[in-house]
Design a protein around this ligand. Structure first.
Ligand code: ARG
Ligand code: ZN
Length: 863
């Protein structure tokens, strides 16, 4: 593609000139020549500016078109068609032919291992028929499907075999169709108002025994949305389909969710604890979209965070309620820092609500999703739990049936709570991660915390205005007691100080109310616990000694900050090891020994505390402090620290390993999963001492996938496990989802100097079906995740990933473009590595079938 595609701008929004009263679709399925008949009733939209009639349409063969029953000859281009239309209500009809078999982009109607399925978000419906394919055009749909397959599904309620009516007006991106030889695993749910809903998970024959957990998670989600948000389901049936070839995790099509099979199918033998937890979260996420996304949708794609940020926030609340709030918060922050901070601090930084895009699929990002969810969390913290529920009730009342905007969203909070959110709105338009510098002062019994915020420049935005930052703070006394419970400070200025006085009830935020309660006793300087619960998505910068971190790790009552103190300590140790070639700090090792053995703490928490910051995290921290990270040195430091931890903790870990065994049948519940997480964390360290003896025994005895992969991971991490790799393959080569793990583990755990070679050999393996996105992500993504391997000085990792991205880009631009983010950190590194990465990106940009998706990504990364 030589012509540079024009960006779409938020500022250019105009409403569509017509309203649609009804859509009727008829599908005549055939793999190479599916016929789609459409009948659409339109009438002029009184609120829209005058415009030419334009319908989107791509890769469609138009057979005929009619207006009010009369044949017409529209003007068809590569992106759609135009024609003259009456200035009155009219009926548009057309017949088109499409080729699902040839659709390797997996967008629109395509085939996955012989079954028909669709993915229409964001702009895939235009590959099915001519239509105003934009989220603000909402209409009720009636669908008839003719085909040889026994199961023919679409949105809404079933009317007859292959016939579906969806009474709820919806945008085209929520349309779905599935046809195939499928089996249902079924259940039902009775809503709060007593309506029975039929629930089905549709799978290929043979997968029926992997649906129970998904069904159970669905019922719990339905109940939770009634209990917590007062939202009931609104159709007679809720269908979920598992599809093997899928670009994303899952899709919330009205009444017919379509899932990547890895995000719904699970049995103890084939899925890990982490898989179960993810399945629960994604089932909930897609279900929750029924209200936040479907009943209330987005006016345009710039508003994507309106549905995604809110729905992620809701699924995080749900997972916290189902499992442990503390553990989930830590995991969510790990993910935010690992993916979103990385994005926000590089060339792909963009606002939570972007203002321009070339290809919207490139904006289904950690910023829109995860930072978008953090903004909701901050709003809730600022207006309080009651304010939040009132605002949400108002949102559902006022906007049900609408295609809404972030302005609408913030307005309900303002109207419900009386707060002015104009400054808060900057969070939606200012990309970049704010740095929050903190300092303390203690004078005349007054304790003062001073903060300064600044956000580094991001592409296209050099100057940042101060944002509202809710800073949750607690204070601890010298003996470790909490002397001030969590108090939320609202920072609104670039620089701001908050003072605390010692009152009869302990420390309080200074102010008129506090004055009378000040106690006479001379207080000691308290120790602050700042940004509790990770109350804002910022980077906290402060001078803090390892001793204070150790103190917080032992005493903080906020579980997140307790973990955070350990994490900061580990980071400090690693950074000093790297920059000053020191030995691992004994203070850290002792602190870890204590946490590991502290049976008062949740095992899942202890497992998280034992983890080290990622190599990517350390690279960013070095870069931030003005140094050039060397991936090999970072890797080596991590290895030495693990060795030191292993040696130091061995006496504590051996009994933990035994104590954390879960006797009896496998259960994916949080309690057992937490024990296994700690057990496997201990195993990873113990394997460095016992040469892998325990891991080999665990592999041998394992009766579930968590233990099997846990054991294998520990072996691969010490460069052992050859026999187990072969045994794993022999056992699982017939299982697509498990085989993805086999590919992924070997590459992501290979030694830095071998990773590219391992990836290369695996790419020659007959089971490497690279057109399947899961398999491609397992292998190529596995190498990109192997930080030191990908960045190995030979450049072999860069070249391998680039070559495969080029190959995939001509078939499946969306997945290829998404994975190009492997290169987004290129500017952090030394000149040689920068040159090699730039060269690979230029090579990608020069390939002759460069997609719009990939073209945009490479341009943004190189600019
Ligand atoms: N709305 C889906 C979800 O988050 C994601 C689908 C995105 N698909 C895409 N092709 N961009 O649940
Ligand atoms: Zn979503």
């Amino acid at each position: 593609m030589s012509d540079t595609p024009q960006p779409i701008l938020l500022a250019d929004y105009t409403a569509f000139g017509w309203l649609i009263d009804q859509v009727e679709l008829e599908f005549h399925l055939a793999p190479r020549a599916t016929r789609v008949l459409s009948k659409i009733s339109l009438r002029p939209n009184p609120d829209a500016p005058a415009q030419d009639f334009f319908l989107h349409g791509e890769e469609l063969r138009l057979i005929w078109a009619k207006i009010n029953g009369e044949r017409i000859t529209p003007e068809v281009s590569k992106t759609g068609l135009t024609c003259a239309v009456p200035d009155a209500p009219f009926v548009w009809e057309a017949e088109v032919e499409i080729d699902p078999q040839d659709n390797t982009a997996l967008e629109g109607l395509y085939m996955s291992r012989g079954m028909y399925c669709t993915q229409c978000e964001a702009e895939g419906f235009r590959k099915i028929t001519f239509y105003p394919d934009r989220p603000d055009v909402m209409a009720p749909f009636k669908v008839r499907i003719f085909g040889e397959d026994p199961v023919l599904l679409s949105n809404g309620n079933p009317v007859a075999q292959g016939e579906w009516h969806d009474p709820w007006p919806k945008p085209a991106y929520l349309f779905a169709l599935v046809a195939g030889d499928l089996r249902a695993v079924s259940s039902s749910f009775t809503t709060a108002s007593g309506k029975d809903v039929e629930l089905n998970i549709w799978v290929r024959p043979g997968d029926e025994d992997r649906c129970d957990y998904g069904l159970d998670a669905l019922k719990r989600s339905m109940k939770w949305d009634e209990d917590v948000y007062g939202r009931e389901y609104d159709l007679d049936v809720f269908n979920i389909v598992a599809v093997d070839d899928f670009n994303m995790g899952a899709m919330e099509n009205k009444g017919l969710n379509i899932f990547n099979s890895k995000c719904v199918l699970a049995s103890p033998e084939t899925a890990t604890d982490a898989d179960f937890a993810r399945i629960e979260a994604i089932i909930a996420h897609e279900y929750f979209h029924n209200w936040t996304g479907n009943r209330i949708t987005c006016r345009d794609w710039f508003q994507l965070c309106l549905k995604e940020g809110l729905t992620v926030f809701r699924d995080q609340q749900f997972s916290g309620d189902m499992r442990s709030h503390a553990v989930h918060r830590i995991q969510d922050v790990l993910m935010l820092r690992g993916r979103q901070f990385r994005e926000d601090n590089g060339p792909l930084a963009h606002p939570v609500r972007p203002e321009s895009y070339v290809e919207i699929n490139n904006f289904y990002t950690a910023t829109v999703y995860e930072k978008g969810a953090e903004l909701i969390g901050m709003l809730k913290r600022l207006v309080g739990d009651d304010g939040y529920s009132q605002a949400l009730d108002l949102y559902f009342d006022r906007h049900d049936g609408d295609a809404a905007t972030i302005e609408d969203w913030l307005k309900v909070f303002e109207d419900a709570t009386g707060r002015d959110l104009s400054q808060f709105k900057r969070w939606y338009s200012q990309p970049g991660t704010p740095r929050l510098h903190m300092s303390e002062a203690f004078e005349d019994g007054t304790y003062t915390l001073s903060f300064a915020q600044d956000t580094p420049p991001t592409p296209g935005q050099d100057v940042k205005d101060p944002q509202v930052i809710p800073i949750a703070v607690g204070l601890l006394g010298a003996n470790g007691n909490e002397v001030m419970p969590t108090t939320v400070l609202e920072m609104t200025e670039a620089k701001q100080s908050f003072s605390f006085r010692n009152s009869v009830e302990g420390w309080v935020l200074d102010g008129p109310a506090a004055a009378e309660r000040i106690s006479g006793a001379a207080p000691e300087k308290p120790t602050p616990s700042v940004l509790r619960h990770f109350s804002a998505p910022v980077i906290l910068e402060r001078d803090i000694t390892p001793e204070t971190l150790g103190f917080l790790l032992s005493h903080d009552t906020d579980p997140f900050n307790k973990w955070e103190a350990g994490r900061a300590l580990a980071k400090h140790v690693l950074l000093t090891m790297i920059t000053q070639s020191t030995q691992p700090d004994a203070l850290y090792l002792d602190a870890m020994a204590q946490v590991a053995a502290d049976s008062a703490l949740d095992p899942a928490f202890r497992a998280l505390a034992l983890g080290l910051p990622s190599q990517d995290d350390i690279a960013q921290a070095l870069f931030d402090s003005g140094q050039t990270p060397d991936p090999q040195v970072i890797y080596d430091a991590g290895q030495s620290l693990r060795d030191a931890l292993a040696a130091h903790l061995e006496p504590a870990l051996a009994p933990i390993y035994d104590a954390m065994a879960c006797p009896g049948p496998y259960s994916p519940e949080a309690g057992d999963a937490g024990k296994r997480a700690l057990r496997h964390g201990a195993l990873g360290l113990l394997s460095r001492c016992d040469g892998g003896a325990r891991a080999e025994a665990l592999y041998q005895a394992a009766d579930n996938m968590t233990d099997q992969t846990g054991a294998l991971t520990s072996l691969l991490a010490i460069a052992k496990g050859g026999d187990q790799v072969q045994a794993f393959y022999d056992q699982w080569h017939g299982d697509r989802l498990v085989l993805d793990k086999w590919f992924g583990m070997q590459v992501s755990l290979a030694k830095p100097d071998q990773a590219a070679q391992v990836a290369h050999s695996l790419a020659e393996h007959p089971d490497f079906d690279w057109t399947n996105p899961n398999r491609f992500r397992a292998l190529i993504g596995g190498l990109a995740m192997n930080t030191a391997g990908f960045h190995h000085e030979s450049g072999a990792g860069y070249q391998f990933v680039a070559d495969w991205l080029i190959r995939l880009d001509s078939k499946n631009p969306q997945t290829a473009a998404r994975m190009s983010t492997a290169f987004e950190t290129w500017r952090r590194f030394d000149a040689d590595r920068q040159d090699m990465m730039r060269e690979q990106m230029q090579k990608i940009a020069a390939h002759d079938k460069l997609s719009r998706d990939m073209g945009e990504m490479i341009t943004r990364m190189l600019d």
